[in-house]
Design a protein around this ligand. Structure first.
Ligand code: ZN
Length: 150
């Protein structure tokens, strides 16, 4: 069986949308995993590579559908860290003048905030650490905002 065939045999279409769901093994974060060329790879990364024929190892790939188990190449967007950063600056600029938490946060901060919450730091303390509101902390931790950042 070829790689393409083997990969797609582990998927099924989503009855509720146009996602293609990974039905084999998933990791702790809910992403599909696929053993390929002797390595354990993220299934959505493998889907992107099979579709586009280039290596994306270690690069951030965002699910436009927010569905971590999805491997539909049309729902996968590749970003370099630099592009991701630029995107965030744009979001910040668009919302200038408004009280928008996006403009004051970076990927690193969001990751740090989620890490602190996972380690049991109270939201009020996290809010103080990062000079943001408690509501924003809660929305970040519960993935109401910055959902694409993992
Ligand atoms: Zn999808």
């Amino acid at each position: 069986m070829g790689d393409h065939e083997r990969f797609w045999s582990k998927t099924q279409s989503d009855p509720e949308g146009d996602c293609i769901l990974w039905k084999a093994k998933r990791n702790r974060d809910g992403y599909g995993v696929f053993r390929w060329l002797g390595k354990i790879r993220l299934a959505h990364h493998a889907a992107y590579e099979l579709e586009h024929g280039k290596s994306v190892e270690g690069l951030p790939i965002i699910h436009s559908c927010k569905n971590r188990a999805c491997v539909n190449p049309n729902h996968l967007q590749l970003f370099t860290e630099a592009e991701l950063h630029t995107l965030q600056i744009k979001v910040g600029e668009q919302n200038q003048g408004e009280q928008n938490p996006h403009s004051r946060l970076s990927v690193e901060k969001v990751r740090q905030i989620r890490k602190e919450a996972a380690n049991g730091v109270k939201f009020v303390q996290i809010a103080r650490n990062h000079d943001i509101g408690q509501t924003t902390v809660s929305r970040i931790v519960h993935r109401k905002i910055w959902k694409g950042i993992t």
